[in-house]
Design a protein around this ligand. Structure first.
Ligand SMILES: Nc1ncnc2c1ncn2[C@@H]1O[C@H](COP(=O)(O)OP(=O)(O)OP(=O)(O)O)[C@@H](O)[C@H]1O
Length: 586
């Protein structure tokens, strides 16, 4: 276990060690108590054989031990398993909190699956190692030693050693086979997770599957993956078919040796029937915990590997400082937004997404950014929110470098509507008032400004309509406007809109823009769009191409300039006229 793993567990154990140790102590007492039972059974047998009076004392002891063991077993399970459940909760929380702060670039490379697997499989493996693993270890050590000691001391050392002779060999075999079972089991899990992942993706993208009439292809792919999963399971079953007889039958060899050698000693008068019965009883006590050692190795190995994976992700550098929980984040130092000679490369990319971009958005101004696809428009907005790591002294708000601002207050006071709309499977009202509580009137007002009220009223449950996964049940344009309402309800001092009109028809876009014009009075706003119509009203428009600003001015100036803006305008005007014409025809 390395230093980071120890630190992670240490923090937890400082809180829970008492409970865990009390559970362990109880388990040790249970194990020791159980080893006395064969002795009492042996004594009872001797009394019966020798007709030496009643055996109530032995029965009393055995019943007493049974009751004590039952009570202690209840408590040790609560203490040990309870601690491991807290451990599971603690690790999941650590991973989730850290995963929230990892940069977007991490997920772009690793995908979200890794973090999900940590929170499910790996956390479970650690819980099992600390719960079942600890129990198996203590059972084997305590019962093994206690039973061996009692057998050797009270019955016969030589006979004990001969009887136990096969066990080390069986254990070595079990450990060797356990490794094979472990590998086969991992393959079964891998194949099965491929199967579930494929099924999930198929059903999440069912519209595409149906739209392309690809059911047959998907079924064929499913069958192929499914067959691989069955093959892996069959391989595991084959190994287990050998493993189980070895672990469950070979230990009986010890009984055979004990009966043969013990029986001879008994007949020679060197030991009593009670001793032989006790010896057989002790073997029963000792065999299973020792067999469990083979399994214990796998449990501990899996737990250690999982812990290592968790520690590795927790060591990934985070982009943001600790998440704050302030109800009212600090205000921004002003509404003036400035980009100063900003050049930016995405992690691992050799091409700059932005090159020497400099411009200012004075407080209360509306700035438009237009440009062809891939020009760097979205990147600009993402950097203001520090979703990626911009260079120092390149973006300023109220004259202060955004790196000096608290991330939470930065994001709270900026209303950002990303290009790809993402709604959650909650009610429309909850989607609008997403991150904190807002009065009902504010939510309604935000919906009105976003020109989505009518669409919401058309739903039987209005604002309380629960949306399907990723906002299904709403059209693309309706989803976009709910996402806009989500940004407006915060009453942000700076508003950043990233191509949020792409799914709207011309008329809805005009209604939305005119609603927002009033709202935006006195607020700083940046509207990114590929469509000239969305930025026409802006006080200042910047035209971007391949990461650079290539033109700037207001609409009239840019049209007169006859550059890239003019080209886009001409192309789009034709489409717009057609659209308006179609609308007025209806
Ligand atoms: N996460 C990313 N990792 C690496 N490169 C990226 C990433 N996101 C965008 N890029 C690249 O950065 C450049 C600018 O992309 P950006 O999304 O800012 O363009 P855009 O002008 O907003 O385009 P669109 O109008 O199509 O949204 C593109 O060349 C793109 O391929």
């Amino acid at each position: 276990m390395n230093k980071q793993s120890r630190e992670l567990l240490w923090e937890f154990m400082t809180r829970y060690w008492r409970q865990y140790l009390v559970g362990m102590a109880m388990l040790i007492v249970v194990d020791v108590l159980q080893t006395f039972v064969p002795r009492f059974v042996g004594r009872a047998v001797d009394r019966i054989a020798g007709q030496q009076g009643h055996i109530w004392t032995e029965i009393g002891w055995i019943l007493g031990i049974a009751v004590a063991v039952a009570i202690l077993r209840y408590f040790y399970r609560i203490f040990i398993m309870g601690t491991t459940r807290h451990l599971e909760y603690y690790l999941r929380r650590q991973i989730f909190a850290h995963a929230l702060r990892l940069p977007l670039s991490y997920y772009e490379q690793a995908g979200p699956g890794g973090v999900m697997a940590l929170m499910t499989n790996d956390v479970t493996a650690i819980r099992v190692a600390f719960g079942l693993g600890a129990i198996l270890l203590i059972d084997a050590v305590v019962m093994g030693f206690a039973a061996f000691f009692l057998m050797a001391r009270t019955i016969d050392l030589e006979l004990t050693c001969w009887s136990l002779l096969p066990l080390p060999f069986i254990m070595l075999g079990v450990m060797g086979m356990g490794e094979k079972v472990h590998i086969a089991f991992r393959q079964v899990q891998e194949k099965f997770s491929r199967l579930t992942e494929f099924s999930q993706q198929t059903f999440a993208g069912l519209r595409v599957v149906k739209g392309f009439a690809a059911e047959h292809t998907m079924l064929e792919r499913f069958e192929k993956i499914s067959r691989q999963s069955v093959e892996a399971s069959m391989k595991l079953a084959g190994i287990q078919a050998v493993y189980l007889p070895v672990t469950h039958s070979l230990p009986f060899l010890t009984y055979a040796i004990a009966l043969y050698l013990g029986g001879r000693k008994m007949m020679d008068g060197q030991m009593t029937a009670g001793d032989l019965t006790a010896l057989i009883g002790y073997l029963g006590v000792i065999i299973w915990p020792l067999m469990g050692l083979g399994y214990l190795w796998n449990v501990l190995e899996k737990g250690a590997a999982s812990l290592q994976r968790i520690v590795q992700v927790l060591a990934e550098p985070v982009q943001e400082p600790q998440i704050e929980t302030k109800d009212k984040p600090d205000p921004l130092p002003g509404h003036h937004l400035e980009f100063r000679d900003l050049t930016f490369y995405y992690p691992g990319s050799g091409q700059p997404a932005l090159q020497s971009v400099s411009f200012q958005v004075p407080p209360g101004a509306m700035v438009g950014i237009v440009g062809r696809t891939g020009a760097g428009k979205s990147t600009l907005l993402k950097l203001v929110l520090r979703l990626y790591h911009p260079p120092a002294a390149a973006i300023f708000i109220g004259g202060q470098d955004i790196h000096e601002l608290n991330v939470e207050s930065l994001r709270h006071h900026i209303g950002y509507v990303p290009q790809e709309t993402l709604l959650f499977s909650r009610t429309i009202a909850e989607n609008i008032a997403f991150d904190r509580f807002y009065p009902e009137d504010s939510v309604k007002e935000a919906a009105r400004l976003a020109a989505v009220t009518e669409d919401i009223h058309a739903k039987t449950q209005g604002m309380e309509t629960v949306l399907g996964e990723k906002g299904k049940k709403l059209s693309g344009g309706q989803q976009q406007r709910v996402a806009i309402a989500r940004a407006l309800v915060k009453e942000p001092s700076i508003l950043l809109l990233d191509d949020v009109f792409s799914a709207l028809d011309y008329r809805t876009q005009q209604v939305l823009l005119s609603n927002m014009r009033k709202f935006l009075e006195g607020k700083t706003s940046v509207i990114v769009s590929q469509r000239v119509a969305a930025v026409k009203q802006a006080d200042m428009i910047y035209v971007m191409d391949r990461g650079r600003i290539v033109e700037q001015g207001n609409h009239r100036e840019l049209v007169t300039g006859r550059g890239l803006y003019y080209q886009l305008y001409e192309q789009q005007l034709a489409g717009e006229v057609k659209e308006t014409f179609c609308v007025s025809e209806q």
